[in-house]
Every structure is written in C-alpha cells, then in structure tokens.
Design a protein around this ligand. Structure first.
Ligand code: CTP
Length: 404
C-alpha cells in the first residue's frame, strides 16, 4: 500500500470515531490519506484529529478551495488510487447510488474514477430497509466494493447487523484490494477448491469433537489463489478467522458434510488443496437430545470417517491435488506415505510440534513433498507467504515445468 493515495470519506455515524484509528493505521502503512468529512461527521469527531493523524488538510466544504491552482474536488478525485468511505451512512449510500453530489464527499464520489470501497455503519433497521438494500445492490452492480458491517451491539442500543467493521480489518481489505489489482493473474480461468478449518463431529446437540485448526492456512491459500485470478471455492468447517472475501464460501461442519461438499464440486476443479484438519473418527451416532449425566464413566464409540483426500486421489483426472499433513515426528516418512496413499501431486507437511508452526499460529514452517521426496523446504514465513510459495510451486508443476 506504500505510496498509494487514498481518500478517506468520513460520514456522520457514531462509528466516525473508528475512522480516526483507520486513518492512523493507513498512514502508518505508508498511505497518503486525504480525509474528506461530511458536515455531520464534524459533529462527532473534530477535523483536527484527522488532520493530525494524516498530516494533511481535511476537506469538508466543496467551496473551501485551499489551492487556487486546482479545483479541489476534481483534483482529489483524480489523484486517488482508491476512495474508502468509512463509516458510510445510509444517506451517503443513497446519494452515491443516485448520483447526488451536494457536499464535498458526495461530489468526489461522483467525480472519481478510482475504485470505491465502502464500510457501512448504521442502525439495523436502516440497514435492512429495502431502500438501503436496493441502493447497495445497485452500487454492487456498478462495482462498488462493500466491507460488510458486523453483527453486534449498536450505539442505538439494538443488537444486530450494522456495526462498522473494525479499522484493522478495513486496512486488510484495502491492502488486499491493492494486492489483487497489482498481482499477475496466472490462475485466471482456473477453478480452485480449498478446504479449511477443523471438522466438528457431534456427540449431541451441544457437544462435539473438534481440533485446533483455525482455518488460517486454508484462508491464506484461498486469498492467494483469488489474487492470482482463480475462481475460488472454500469449503470451511469450524474456523476462528474471518471468512475470506471475493471467494465462494461453502460451510461444511462435519467430515461427512465436507465429503459431500468437496466430491460434488471436484469434477469441475483444476486445483484442489485439502488444508482442512478432518477428524479421522466421529461418534457412531449423534444423540438427538442432550446426553444426561448418569454413571461414573461414559463410553463413546467412534467410527472411522471417510478419507476425503484419498477418495479425491482415486477420482483424480485433470485435477492437481495438494494434501496437507500435520505431523509431530518422522515428518518425511509420514508425509511420503500420505502422498503416495492419497495420490497427491504435492503434499505440504508441517511439524506441529513447533510453537511457530501449525494450528492457530500466524506463521508456518513447511516442507513440500512430491512423488520423488522433498521438493521445497520453506523457512519460517507468514501463512500468506507460505500460501504464495505453495501456489507458485503448484503453478510451475501444472504448467508442466520444474519436476525432477
Ligand atoms: N484428510 C481427509 N479426510 C480425512 C482425513 C484427512 O481428506 N478423513 C486429508 C486432510 O485434509 C489432509 C490430509 O488428508 O490434507 C492428511 O491429513 P492427516 O490428518 O494428517 O492424515 P491422516 O490420513 O488422517 O493420517 P494420520 O491421522 O494417521 O496422521
């Protein structure tokens, strides 16, 4: 994002206070931020706050021309690499949808040809009002990108959808937007399926067996594939990370549901990565009612789950298949056994006994195996960078190069 120019439009919603943190984080990331506030926004946060955080003059009034050499709203609109409106009120969305330009921000939004990203924030009923929904639909069709509000406690006292996404998440969205714009698209026209998270095997309606997988590695792969131009489907089990954007997400809680979700889509895929931690066993049956406490011990009988990856290996035709293996010992031996047994093209093994690799960590240390043995050992990297390297190797192999 360094060196990019972003117009940060701040509207008059309570979440305007969060825009100060957003302004600060964008500036810290090397972005030149020009803040444009609506009159209403200035009633909630002082312009001086944004001026101090962005080191730039804050624009409010269309006719308050700071530089006689240019027409300020056109000059700003032209210079922007992106316009981010956060918070975006229902009123501003309506104006943007209908081409109304009656203040500095709405005029810039009409004048700019830069991508527009909006983070709505409003009362749950204003959000779900058909007028707002229709305006959002229209804007989506025209290419405006929405950073969806979350569900939570709203300032008006309601609990519901309408809370502006957190500044950190908006920064990540903006970062991903620029990364996606600039990345080469070697996976354009390819369909990629990625499984992520840990499966949930129900014991009764309120209890289940699961594992520590957070979904981070799978989501990093999905985002990396998306930014390389692929049409990505993520089959997500239990995850603790926000779902990736710009991809199709299919929820599948248990191994059996994941099997169905994956097998039914497999034929049309070009690349499949099984990053999910699938439970090897499930309770023989999930009790329909909550199991009551009775004896001193409770015996649960588990039955083996189908091995989804192994099944994919059997059905494989044109698909390039990547498996994962989380190991705590004899990594190479077990990884090679899995690669052959499940007929994978590549197998990514991580030593989950390390504290900086595996489940829930930000980083990973992996070795990628092919049918001849170790093909690539990666150092300690972020999961996103690890994902980039895995896909780069897969692409090389899919294009028919680089194999010993
Ligand atoms: N996998 C799968 N279906 C299962 C179990 C595993 O698709 N029922 C996939 C995982 O998504 C992963 C790979 O197989 O890509 C290896 O998973 P892992 O749990 O390490 O392998 P297992 O075959 O279960 O071996 P073990 O538990 O004995 O180490």
């Amino acid at each position: 994002m360094k060196g990019k120019t972003v117009i940060l439009g701040v509207c008059g919603g309570i979440a305007a206070y969060k825009a100060a943190a957003l302004c600060s984080k964008l500036t810290q990331a090397g972005v030149k931020v020009h803040v444009v506030m609506t009159e209403s926004a200035t009633k909630l946060v002082g312009p001086v706050t944004f001026q101090a955080l962005s080191h730039e003059a804050v624009r409010i009034d269309t006719f308050d021309e700071l530089d006689p050499g240019v027409i300020s709203h056109i000059d700003l609109a032209d210079r922007a690499d992106a316009v981010v409106v956060a918070p975006a009120t229902a009123n501003m969305l309506a104006k943007l949808a209908h081409g109304i330009a009656d203040d500095m921000l709405s005029t810039i939004l009409l004048a700019t040809t830069a991508p527009i990203l909006v983070a709505p924030a409003m009362n749950v009923h204003m959000y779900s009002n058909p007028a707002t929904q229709a305006n959002m639909e229209l804007l989506r069709e025209r290419g405006v990108q929405f950073i969806e509000p979350g569900i939570g406690q709203l300032a008006c006292g309601y609990l519901g959808k309408g809370r502006m996404e957190e500044p950190e998440a908006i920064v990540e969205y903006v970062r991903a937007h620029f990364a996606a714009q600039e990345a080469p698209k070697p996976l354009a026209g390819k369909k990629v399926l990625i499984t992520a998270g840990g499966t949930v095997e129900r014991l009764d309606p309120v209890r289940y067996f699961t594992n520590d997988s957070s979904g981070k590695m799978g989501f990093a792969l999905a985002e990396a594939a998306r930014d390389k131009g692929a049409e990505v489907t993520v089959v997500a089990a239990r995850v603790s990370e926000p779902l990736p954007r710009g991809v199709t997400v299919v929820r599948a809680e248990s191994a059996l549901q994941m099997e169905e979700a994956v097998l039914s889509r497999f034929a049309e895929m070009d690349l499949v990565v099984k990053a999910a931690a699938v439970a090897d066993y499930r309770p023989v049956e999930a009790a329909p009612q909550k199991i009551k406490k009775t004896g001193e011990t409770l015996q649960v009988t588990l039955v083996k789950n189908p091995d989804i990856l192994e099944e994919l290996g059997k059905r494989k035709e044109k698909q390039f298949l990547i498996g994962f293996a989380a190991e705590t010992e004899q990594v190479e031996t077990y990884a090679m056994d899995k690669l052959h047994r499940k007929n994978c093209d590549l197998l990514v093994a991580n030593d989950v006994s390390r504290s900086d690799a595996g489940f829930g960590t930000e980083t990973n240390v992996v070795t990628i195996f092919d049918k001849n043995g170790p093909a690539l050992s990666l150092p300690l990297l972020s999961k996103r960078e690890t994902a980039e390297r895995i896909l780069a190797l897969a692409l090389e192999r899919m294009m028919g190069g680089g194999q010993a």
